[in-house]
Design a protein around this ligand. Structure first.
Ligand code: NDP
Length: 454
């Protein structure tokens, strides 16, 4: 399999793909190892993760460079991602013992009762490429701490990062028969679905997620899906600093070149402040530096996959034919690399694909609304349910909107953020189950009820 740099279209490296046979061998190898790992005391398992946490910092220059070369992420954002992953790991290090400890429920009656949390067994961690560290650590860190074996399939677009992760976990003391990378494309993922694993933890598109849920349904094991979104951001007319809100909304839309599951994907602005908002938004969008992601000042890199360029162009053209005005960008850049200009479409409406289908690129539509009711109707008009953001001076007014959102996350005066202490979950086509927080620690264990008499 060739690993291609999306900024230069050069082949960085070739790697050997796993076959169904090698994946089966890895599974057999993990079957023994997992049982021994589950018997290792929790403090020792956590101590291996502490070493991994330290190594991520020690090796961050090399890791950030690989990440940028492989997925095109602006290098400052690669450092941010590694730091962000460390913060999540820190949360798991500090909180796992509390949530995995046995719980005495009834201690004084003739029959004493307690709950013990046991690992699931061997789980599949099938991951997306856009934040390979963040979406990876959401799964493999609590899974390993919980005593599971992990078959980790990074996306084909972030394979080299996956190999770094494996190497650093081994250096940290995670045994080779407890964690194993599976290298390949969709077929390698399919081979994981064909194995009798004890859980499937997937991050990726709705289409693949639904397929995985259907394929694994008969196994009766936990299946968690972290899928895409079409996340709305609504700006009320009482915001005090329209310029600051426009800047925050732009960052939420184009960070990671717009390739975030919780990126701001559509914006609604109340009519009184619409013109002022659009003015700043477009002015700031035009200042964004698109180019070589290895330069520290670059804010927009290439999109990671070539197929995304005609897809984004099609969304922009569809918006144009339905009355949208393109005030910035609109095209891919000529020459080598998969670059698309940061694109702002105003006078957007819901007949446009740009406002209804996940874009996953540096393009955004802005629509004018009369009042909160119209905004709520439009925000809810989606099959997705990941996040929704409201900007307003008044929490009370914002809360009325947030309560009506059928999403796993709501934001007031912020957007496009994830906290390790809160559950990360999507509703409707955005997913099933939660990672992070104590929910994301308990997701990798199963309760056993003890009834003790005598
Ligand atoms: P895909 O669904 O294309 O791929 C996700 C993973 O599934 C990859 O490792 C892929 O392998 C693998 N895969 C593909 N086909 C199969 C199959 N038949 N069986 C098993 N595994 C398979 O998603 P992307 O990687 O393109 O990620 C982008 C999507 O992920 C966006 O929709 C984004 O919103 C969402 N996402 C959601 C997050 C959340 O927390 N809710 C976080 C990050 C992203 P390969 O790539 O090698 O083909």
């Amino acid at each position: 399999m060739q690993i291609i740099n999306p900024a230069t279209e050069e082949v960085i490296q070739e790697v050997a793909e796993d076959t169904p046979e090698t994946i089966q061998e890895k599974y057999q190898f993990l079957k023994e190892g997992q049982k021994q790992w589950a018997a290792v005391p929790l403090v020792q398992r956590i101590s291996a993760i502490e070493k991994f946490y330290a190594l991520l910092d020690e090796r961050k220059d090399e890791l950030a460079e690989t990440l940028t070369k492989e997925v095109g992420k602006p290098v400052q954002q690669s450092y941010n991602e590694i730091n962000g992953a460390r913060k999540r790991i820190e949360y798991f290090i500090k909180n796992s013992a509390k949530w995995l400890a046995e719980e005495w429920i009834t201690e004084e009656d003739a029959t004493r009762e307690k709950i013990v949390y046991e690992p699931l067994g061997i789980i599949a961690n099938i991951s997306a490429w856009n934040y390979p560290y963040l979406v990876g650590v959401n799964v493999f860190i609590p899974a390993l701490i919980g005593g599971n074996g992990v078959l980790y399939k990074p996306s084909e677009y972030s394979t080299l990062t996956g190999l770094h992760i494996q190497r650093l976990l081994y250096l940290s003391g995670i045994p080779e028969n407890v964690f194993s990378i599976v290298i390949g494309k969709g077929a390698a993922g399919q081979a994981l679905l064909d194995l009798p694993l004890d859980g499937y933890f997937f991050t990726g598109s709705y289409r693949t997620g639904k397929y995985i849920a259907e394929q694994t349904a008969g196994k009766l094991v936990p299946v968690q899906l972290e899928l895409g979104g079409k996340d709305p951001l609504y700006v009320m007319d009482d915001v005090e600093d329209v310029k600051a809100v426009a800047e925050a909304a732009l960052e939420g839309a184009v960070y990671n070149t717009g390739q975030s599951c919780c990126a701001v994907e559509r914006i609604y602005v109340q009519e009184k402040i619409y013109d002022a908002f659009v003015d700043t938004f477009v002015t700031e969008a035009k200042k964004l530096i698109t180019g070589n992601p290895l330069n520290r000042e670059t804010s927009i890199g290439p999109v990671s996959r070539k197929e995304q360029l005609p897809f984004l162009k099609e969304q922009v053209e569809d918006a144009r034919t339905r009355g949208g005005k393109i005030l910035s960008g609109g095209n891919s850049l000529p020459g080598k690399g998969y670059f698309f200009e940061p694109t702002v479409v105003v006078d957007a409406n819901h007949s446009m694909k740009l406002m209804t289908e996940e874009s996953f690129g540096p393009v955004i539509g802005i629509q004018k609304v009369k009042d909160d009711n119209e905004a709520v109707e439009l925000m809810k008009d989606t099959p997705y349910g990941l996040t929704a953001a409201v900007y307003s001076k008044s929490l009370e007014r914002a809360e009325k909107v947030m309560k009506q959102m059928d999403t796993g996350t709501v934001y007031w005066n912020c957007c496009d953020r994830v906290s390790a202490a809160l559950p990360w979950s999507g509703r409707k086509n955005s997913g099933l189950g939660a990672t992070l927080s104590y929910h994301g620690i308990r997701a990798f264990v199963q309760p056993k009820a003890y009834h003790l008499r005598g």
